[in-house]
Design a protein around this ligand. Structure first.
Ligand SMILES: [Zn+2]
Length: 145
């Protein structure tokens, strides 16, 4: 169990990520759903990559904020991620879709996933909890599985 001090430190360190996710959501291209999502992904090296949902008239081509953030990080040479913050301007919390969970699991099976609602409340999960049986190409499983 975390001490109160640790909790405060975590809250402090997460504020820049929440702000980055909110900024990304404001840039979402969502003319069809009008549902804006922003994600901020922090790498182990401390860099932050953001993504927003980008919709398309051909709906299936739409990409989610989470995958946009992961792909931007990978394109910049980063593959080790410690935390992703997902913001939606709604009262309810919005978890990542199944496709995004699988994409995140490719690089960070134990990623910390923090959901933020419009009032700034947070819910925190391990990706293993959100996607307990992650698909892996045979041979990539660790011996502990
Ligand atoms: Zn998604």
């Amino acid at each position: 169990m975390q001490s109160a001090k640790c909790k405060v430190q975590n809250e402090k360190s997460i504020t820049p990520l929440i702000n980055a996710a909110k900024r990304a959501a404001s840039r979402a291209y969502a003319p069809y759903s009008r549902f804006r999502v922003g994600a901020a992904l922090r790498t182990r090296s401390g860099k932050v990559f953001t993504g927003c949902n980008v919709e398309n008239a051909s709906y299936g081509l739409t990409i989610c904020a989470e995958r946009a953030a992961v792909f931007a990080a990978v394109a910049a040479g980063e593959r080790e991620f410690e935390r992703i913050v997902i913001f939606t301007p709604t009262q309810s919390f919005t978890g990542p879709c199944g496709a995004c969970r699988q994409v995140m699991a490719e690089f960070a099976p134990n990623l910390r996933v923090v959901l933020v609602n419009k009032t700034g409340e947070t819910r925190s999960y391990s990706l293993k909890r959100l996607l307990p049986v992650q698909f892996r190409k045979p041979g990539r499983y660790s011996t502990s599985r």
